[in-house]
Design a protein around this ligand. Structure first.
Ligand code: NAD
Ligand code: ZN
Length: 251
């Protein structure tokens, strides 16, 4: 069931926009089979996140982080963009949406055809790893093969530094450039569309607030209520794929 009036209103807002910005959370990827964190049955109802200080300090924490990551590998590798991602990519192609600010780490916006330069990843990317010391990029397949034989957390082949998925953990500093780009895009937005975020993780959740304060229209499409619903111009507690796909005319 989708909300016809809501979809029509969303289409009108999109048609009136000159510089729309999309802001996505884990909810846009659940329809691709990647679980979110905070829905019932979400990842964090089952296990607490490992924060950055623990990852640095403890080999056992690193081992656990890599175990969890490889336990998710088939899910991430098998995931394909869904109707929601396709609708966003279409809006980017049409020029309606200038950029996509995402909390997601799955790379599915890029996979759906949004050019890299228009995706702003606030929490990094889990589809590859980097050395925490020298920044060298490492692919996951060889790390996995080695880890599965000895369960030793990987070190950098260049500098011996610790290797971690290219994501931002709790306790880790936010990527400076991505934060600056996200702020500039938020301030340029006349329409700001939140898709599938519980809006409880800061500083990321500050962007919809900033957009609204700065005069943009704010739309929230999320199955559950969020703390910003009362400030939004349009709130749809509906599945993202059908809602945005319907508004944009994409299957
Ligand atoms: P979240 O788990 O806190 O919230 C997701 C929200 O999406 C929930 O409120 C849920 O009701 C809603 N939702 C789920 N499926 C939906 C659907 N099909 N249609 C409409 N709404 C739907 O996610 P968050 O706010 O992104 O914060 C979690 C953090 O975890 C993020 O910062 C992100 O880095 C990370 N994360 C990323 C992925 C991913 O990359 N796919 C997956 C899990 C977690
Ligand atoms: Zn290194």
């Amino acid at each position: 069931m989708s909300d016809r009036t809501g979809i029509t209103r969303l289409r009108e807002l999109l048609e009136a926009a000159h510089h729309a910005v999309v802001f996505t959370g884990a909810g846009i990827s659940t329809e691709s089979g990647i679980p979110d964190f905070r829905s019932p049955g979400g990842i964090w109802t089952r296990m607490a996140p490992i924060d950055f200080q623990d990852f640095i300090a403890s080999e056992e924490a690193r081992r656990e982080a890599w175990r969890r990551r490889f336990a998710m590998e088939d899910t991430f590798r098998g995931a394909e963009p869904n109707r929601g991602h396709r609708a966003v990519a279409t809006l980017v192609r049409r020029g309606t949406v200038a950029s996509v600010i995402t909390q997601n780490i799955d790379g599915l916006h890029q996979a759906s055809g949004v050019p890299d330069r228009q995706v702003i990843e606030l929490h990094g990317n889990t589809t590859y790893a980097t050395c925490l010391d020298c920044g060298e990029r490492h692919e996951l397949a060889p790390i996995r093969a080695a880890f599965e034989t000895n369960e030793i957390p990987p070190h950098c082949v260049k500098c011996e530094g610790l290797v971690k998925t290219a994501t931002i953990s709790f306790g880790q500093s936010m990527p400076v450039l991505a934060m600056q780009r996200a702020e500039a895009e938020t301030l340029a937005a006349d329409l700001f569309i939140v898709l599938g975020s519980s809006l409880v993780v800061y500083p990321a959740a500050g962007f919809p607030e900033l957009a609204k304060h700065n005069g943009a229209r704010l739309v929230i499409v999320n199955r559950e209520e969020t703390g910003l619903d009362r400030y939004a111009d349009l709130v749809l507690h509906e599945p993202i794929g059908d809602t945005l796909g319907g508004a944009v005319g994409v299957n």
